[in-house]
Design a protein around this ligand. Sequence first.
Ligand code: ADP
Ligand code: MG
Length: 276
Amino acid sequence: PRVLANRYEIVKKLGKGNFGTAYLCKDLRNKLKDGTELKVLKEISVGDLQPDESVDAMHEARLLSKLDHPSIVKFHDSFIDGEFFCIVTEYCEGGDLDMKINEMKKKKEAFDEKTIMDWFIQLILAVHYMHTRRVLHRDLKTRNIFLKMNRMKIGDFGISRILMGTTDLASTFTGTPYYMSPEVLKHEGYNSKSDIWSIGCILYELCTLNHAFNGTGLMAVMYKVVEGEPNNLPSTFSPELNNIFRLMLNKDPAKRPAASELLKIPFIAQHLSKMS
Ligand code: ADP
Ligand code: MG
């Protein structure tokens, strides 16, 4: 079997994403009895990195590895292997939220409000943790959120920042249009409120199992994001939750609440105080 950095044995391919391939791997150095030796290795093709670019990327990666939050996929290690920049993270065996939503759709079931509130607040807490450390996600989507022991875990947080240093990838990096905010689509710049928009879109999807903005083709979706008004949440959900959803999808990023402001909204604060 293929072993990278003398340490990570590739077990199988998990999938291909925007900027690389994800593999399940065994950490040969940490052969713990409890099964925690399984990790995820992402191989990002960077071609020939300029020496200063690889220094920047390694620097960013080292910053990320210091961050630790229960709802953020732990960043373990990074290294350069030939033409690949590799990062090693925690493995979330429960699958991603996109898969989970599709399963529910197939079974014609829905998530209840209590579950959604637990997950939604975990997501806001994770985003708040990263934003207070000036790390943006830039690609929040259901495929970057995992379920591990009924807890939300956000993956790929800060990865965009590693890639930004490498000129090649910075220019090709794009998020997923379903979750992209109007200001990003209009090239007016990405900021922390753009992550809040994406979480709003994910909240809608948890409540309805459908995208907040949809259409036939990329252009139709992008037009709706910039010009269209999303539907309200179904009336089975609390009006307070619908109000929060609408605040998060304000077209003007300045009027969108920050994660810290969301946590102070009574409907959220009350639910949070009852969470374990
Ligand atoms: P993208 O985010 O664009 O989907 P990734 O490379 O992050 O691309 O992921 C590719 C595939 O690997 C996805 O199907 C995802 O569910 C899976 N995957 C990524 N990271 C993890 C992880 N930490 N644990 C389990 N599965 C993962
Ligand atoms: Mg991902």
